[in-house]
Ligand binder design. Structure first.
Ligand code: ITT
Ligand code: MG
Length: 187
């Protein structure tokens, strides 16, 4: 069983390796088919699902994982949000979201002017490639939580759900409805 991650971003690939230390994990560049800067939970989640679907190989034992970063409002406050999706080679889809933190007004304004958070963060922190290192979450938590750590938590939520429902299927093969498995996505 191999795991294909829909990104070349090292924070995402390393997060998956951390949670699946015994699996072969590779990163592949795939389009998210949502905006470069997703602006809601719904769009960010969709990006993660799209990436995962493009990675999975239904003929081979390769599962796909998509991780997507975005932003979303609660009232007038902008938050950083992150979503992950795991698609099995039999087409089951598991999703989970990550921690959210507030983003300052200055960043909100620049994003609304059409800039991408990755570029805004480099200027704000006067650093290079923040998105591939500590991430916005690292900068705004004083380096207590890195982008990789945050994604690793999301991947744990995916792995845990996948394992739980696989186990349920083994234990109760004819009672999918009764076990109340999560509804699968129809693309
Ligand atoms: O190569 P990919 O996988 O696309 O990785 P990415 O860094 O572009 O990450 P996403 O597409 O998932 O994130 C969407 C946008 O938000 C930015 N972004 C999201 N979370 C971030 C973070 O924690 N730090 C810096 N930029 C972030 C990111 O750079 C993009 O501009
Ligand atoms: Mg991107």
């Amino acid at each position: 069983m191999t795991i294909s991650v829909g990104s070349k971003n090292p924070t995402k690939i390393e997060a998956v390796k951390e949670v699946f230390p015994k699996k072969r994990v590779t990163g592949v560049e795939v389009p998210s088919n949502v905006s470069d800067q997703p602006f809601s939970d719904k769009e960010t989640r969709k990006g993660a699902i799209n990436r995962a679907f493009q990675c999975v190989n239904f003929n081979l034992s390769t599962i796909g994982i998509g991780l997507e970063g975005g932003v979303m409002y609660v009232d007038n406050q902008l938050y950083l949000c992150n979503w992950g999706a795991l698609v099995t080679n039999t087409g089951e889809v598991y999703t989970a979201s990550g921690a959210r933190i507030m983003l300052p007004k200055a960043i909100d304004e620049q994003l609304r002017n059409g800039m991408e958070l990755g570029d805004v963060m480099d200027r704000y922190a006067m650093k290079e490639e923040v998105r591939k290192k500590e991430g916005a979450i690292g900068i705004f938590t004083n380096d207590l939580i890195s982008r990789q750590e945050m994604f690793a938590h999301v991947v744990k939520l995916l792995r845990g759900q996948w394992e739980f429902w696989e186990e349920q299927k083994r234990k109760r093969p004819f009672s999918n409805v009764q076990t109340g498995a999560p509804r699968n996505e129809i693309r």
